[in-house]
Design a binder for this molecule. Sequence first.
Ligand SMILES: [Zn+2]
Ligand SMILES: [Zn+2]
Length: 395
Amino acid sequence: MSVVGLLKARALSAIDAHRAEFLQISATIHSQPELAFQEYKSSALLCDVLEQHGFTVERGIAGLPTAFRAAMHGVGDGPTIALVAEYDALPEIGHACGHNIIGTAAVAAGVGVKAVMDELGGRVVVIGAPAEEGGGGKVILVERGAFADVDAAMMVHPSTYTLVNRASLASMRLTVEFTGKASHAAAAPDDGINALEAVILTFNNVNALRLHLKSDARIHGIITHGGTAVNVIPDYAAAVFSVRAATQTYTEEVLRRVIQCAEAASMATGAQLKYSITPGYKAMIPNVLLGRLFADNWRAIGVEVRDALFNERMGSTDFGNVSQVVPAIHPYIAIASTDVVGHTVEFRAAALSPAGNEGLINAAKAMAMTTIDLLANPALVQDAKAELAATRERR
Ligand SMILES: [Zn+2]
Ligand SMILES: [Zn+2]
């Protein structure tokens, strides 16, 4: 066996030796779901475990009390590889996105790599990232420099497919508000200016636009204010749109055209338009080199994995922002059959099932093995960075 092969075998044994401990951590996080930025118990639990395993832990980083960073140094210089943990839950249905698996897998991978850090240069860091489901913890972490000294980053997400190289959509939010003029809806409609009609026209204009958009564009909205009484012409109405596409550039272009839809509605009705834009998550750039290493490691431990399809379905994640600044991967691991959908009670059950546990351990192993590949051969990290630079230029 090669030197790297021997190091990987040691890391895998270390993960297997602590298997029961890791599964207990995952079950504990699953049983005490905590919402965005309130993940105090889950974050403390992961920090405690990392400390027990010899990591130097900083609790509360980048001004976020439930974010953390745990570092383990090797012998001598080398790259810094980040394993990213999530541990937030959803309102009402708890861990229906399986972030208990993500958080535990990152910690388990760190413990695996730790077993061989006496033979490798560089560092492995576990970065605890709160609030993926709302709040964008990683957007803040990236902005405040938590990834500034990181050379490559990885995390895994439970799913119903095991695959690498899936991208994610860039997303932005647009709030539109129309102000008209109230009037009696039957006795004096000609005196009124209908703000609700402006919102309805905005939706209709957007629907007319859809045919002319590229297939990756997504526009979905809700009406947040639509009037207060049926016999009063609404003088105020508002809507929020989420606009997404495969690239930041195209997302901004689609957003501009949605604003034009609202401007046209304003002109048609006479209602005054005010709008505001909220930047969302950036598109994920899956690093192909890192994805290939990860898939090879998964296959080596018997996991079947495929590449994302050309037209793979996708959402958005704040890990997209990480992938724009460092080479990064976000592979998916199947923990349920393909008829189960994320964010449901069925998926929540899968996150604590034998398949979920198996997925967690296998994901941790592949992360540990890929980290060892990178620390043992830092030239790979340079190649991954060159790939990111070239990909960013093409966009
Ligand atoms: Zn989710
Ligand atoms: Zn998720």
